[in-house]
Design a binder for this molecule. Sequence first.
Ligand code: FES
Length: 156
Amino acid sequence: MPEFSAKTMNKFKSVVAKYPEKGAALLPTLWLAQQEFSAITPEVEEYVAGLVGVSLVRVREVRTFYTMYTPKPLGRYHLQLCTNISCSLLGAEELLEHLKKKLRINTGETTPDGEFTLSNVECLGHCGTGPAMQINDDFHENLTKESLDKILDLLK
Ligand code: FES
């Protein structure tokens, strides 16, 4: 069974203290788990359920709803390209195909060197400046094939 490191357990305790009941801290606890274990595996789901005192089903529901929680470890860079309506109208589908070809992976996959994981996601809240993509904690807007190539070159 996985366990938080002492440092993460301290973070967990301070997160939980902000909520009236432990179960309400499920989302930030899952995020701590994602950072600590690189993935929310079934074992991690069980551990988190025990920590916050909610059912395993509840943890699974939340884990599968939000794209920031992943069942498999991600690459060093998680490329999340928005393919929702505004970004699609601005060319996101074409950019997704470009990324697949360039990285030689499909959505939901990680490059063999562990550098990039590619996902297509719903609206990132940058509809007016699409196509938009989130790479780890950073946002990139008004993307074109050329700007994507530059970003990938910089990350390599
Ligand atoms: S539709 Fe792409 S950011 Fe909203």
